[in-house]
Design a protein around this ligand. Sequence first.
Ligand code: F6P
Length: 307
Amino acid sequence: MPEGTTLGVLTSGGDAPGMNAAIWAACDAASRLGWRVLGLEGGWTGVLERRHRVLDPDLVLPWARRGGTCLGTSRLEGFLRHREAIDASLDALGIDRLLVFGGDGSLHASGLLAERRPVVAAPATIDNDIADSDTSIGFATAIDTALTQLDGMRDSAEALPRTFALETLGGDTGYLAAAVADAGGADLALVPEEPTPLADVIACVQIGLERRGYAVIVASEGYRELDACLAAVTDATGTRVRLSRLGHAQRGGRPNAADRILAHAFARHGVEFLAAQRSGRAVQRAGRIVLLPYVADARRRGAPVRR
Ligand code: F6P
């Protein structure tokens, strides 16, 4: 077993643009402290298989501008059942500090591993649904990606006026859809947390059609009965709604500046917290990265609001 501190870096759950920038920044900060850095490959599933590689900042720097995660990731069902085996793998790999980037499930799982070693988990998900954090790595890029499509739709709508709908990712949450709608000036955002009465959807589309000849709706993939809702809008307005689904293309792509800066901040502070032997959830509040205790239940943020 090598002497000195060994930091394990892990990405988990759905990949998010900026994860690679976070890996690089963590590696850079840890190397400055003289720590050895192990990249854990394939998320928690990979930890069970002890898949890893030694990282150094110069090896990882070319990753930083790429989407996805070069370490790979996974979704592990029933984490609790695997907890002891994961602890054993981390011990066997000599990991005495762990930094995790992932969504709410990953943050929750990280808290279950913090008894044996300091573990810090930071939010990286395009959904931006992490309790207590203003934002998460990947959210800003996912908005940009959707905006490119929304702007394209609007070009077409201005040329050939109709009603358009864009479906975003976001799981069963609407933060991403609401942000895209705000940034793109959509007439309406349909979010799962607060379903819009059909009569209001129709009224909103009618107003857009009357004022400028077209209307734009942004909907989260988690919005129930979206197809039925849009069919009803078609019937009521007499014009077929053109729906585009972004799907997983929205999750990849080159991270934008905001996500790279955020990734850097979470990684740098994460290493600092670990150096001070502290464990917890790193979150961003009012622009500052702070460490909060792990909580037993994975809490959700409040419902998204359009600004
Ligand atoms: O990581 C979050 C997310 O991208 C959601 O927006 C989406 O619903 C989900 O993951 C898709 O998961 P999967 O890639 O496992 O199908």
